[in-house]
Design a protein around this ligand. Structure first.
Ligand code: NAP
Length: 312
């Protein structure tokens, strides 16, 4: 018996961490019922149960009701295959009616193969959003409304993934299973690299020692305008600055001051300046002779930096 899209689903969350609790909350907000929360520790299961208006909380997979419609596995990715194996061993689950998915960005639907073999519909369902460890679920919920979910699975499973995405108010993006790691690396650029870049900006601001204490209010307008320009045009069109203009002397002065005050940032500046130059070339805003001079400049700093690394 396959699930009807219109009726309410009974959903079990396995792994009551940030992702499980936040997605569970979106399901509840959208009229779905969390029938069961299972986690490794009772305290996490209880805390999530309270937030998700779910009384059946447990540390055992046996507590999942036999007629459950969807099992959402939101354990750390290292535990997903074990959980799938353990679920597949349960005698009472009605596998033919069951859909099961996991939240890992790295794993494909194959991680749930033991459940598929029992007759369940399986798919990956990776929320393309950041769920920082130090944030409470209630503070993350807002940022998860309307996001994309990276999915893969059979045609029937993809249909289920789309229905589930609709039930959390989101959309799906189908990921070729062979490119799963590449997809996850792209997500890393979107969140972790931007965070690392802003952390570099914060540390450069501290090196400047200005009268302002916090870096973000000072840079927020330029950061936001850049993101807006990209959203409404493209990275190529939004690019401005000395590399895009072919300003060799200005860029050389930047590198000299970085070398003086923050030599640790030279590798970062070389690699991002090279990428900026490629973008400028695709835009046609830099002359060949300027591009060649910039490449020579970057390479000279890279060489100096690697000689320094060898000495240390
Ligand atoms: N964090 C992100 O930004 C993010 C974004 C997208 C996708 N994801 C993916 O989402 C999944 C969950 O990530 P998260 O950030 O929510 O992790 P998390 O906060 O560490 O939560 C994982 C939860 O799983 C529970 N757990 C661990 N092993 C278990 C097991 N064998 N059985 C049942 N429960 C178990 C933990 O239990 P206790 O607390 O009970 O000990 C914990 O509450 C991961 O696959 C991750 O790759 C994460």
């Amino acid at each position: 018996m396959r699930m009807k899209s219109g009726r309410h689903w009974n959903i079990a969350i396995v792994g009551a961490g940030k992702v499980g609790t936040v997605l569970g909350r979106l399901l509840v907000e959208n009229g779905q019922r969390i029938a069961c929360v299972v986690s490794r520790s009772e305290s996490s299961a209880r805390k999530a149960g309270k937030f998700l208006k779910c009384k059946r909380v447990s540390t055992s997979l046996d507590s999942i009701p036999p007629t459950i419609d969807v099992i959402f596995i939101s354990t750390p990715h290292g535990a997903i295959r074990t959980v799938a194996n353990d679920l597949a061993r349960l005698e009472n689950l009605e596998f033919a009616r069951l859909s099961a998915c996991h939240a890992s960005g790295m794993l494909t639907a194959d991680a749930l193969e033991p459940l598929r073999r029992r007759g369940a519909t399986v798919f990956s369902f990776h929320p393309l959003q950041t769920f920082p460890r130090d944030f409470e679920p209630r503070d993350i919920v807002k940022s998860v409304r309307g996001i994309y979910y990276g999915v893969d699975g059979s045609l029937a499973a993809l249909k289920m993934a789309k229905l589930l995405a609709r039930k959390v108010g989101g959309k799906v993006i189908e990921i070729n299973p062979e490119m799963r790691a590449f997809y996850h690396a792209a997500c890393v650029v979107a969140s972790n690299h931007i965070t690392a870049m802003l952390s570099i900006l914060e540390s450069m601001f501290q090196t400047l020692c200005t009268t302002e204490k916090k870096f973000y209010p000072v840079f927020k307008p330029i950061v936001n305008a850049t993101l807006n320009n990209i959203e409404f045009t493209s990275p190529t069109k939004a690019l401005s600055g000395p590399v895009a203009r072919g300003g060799v002397e200005t860029v050389a002065d930047h590198f000299a001051s970085i070398e003086k005050y923050r030599p640790d940032l030279i590798p970062y500046f070389v690699s991002l300046s090279l990428e900026t130059l490629k973008l400028a070339e695709s835009k046609g805003s830099v002359k060949d002779v300027q591009a060649a001079a910039l490449r020579t400049l970057f390479q000279s700093y890279l060489k100096k930096d690697s000689q320094l690394q060898v000495k240390h």
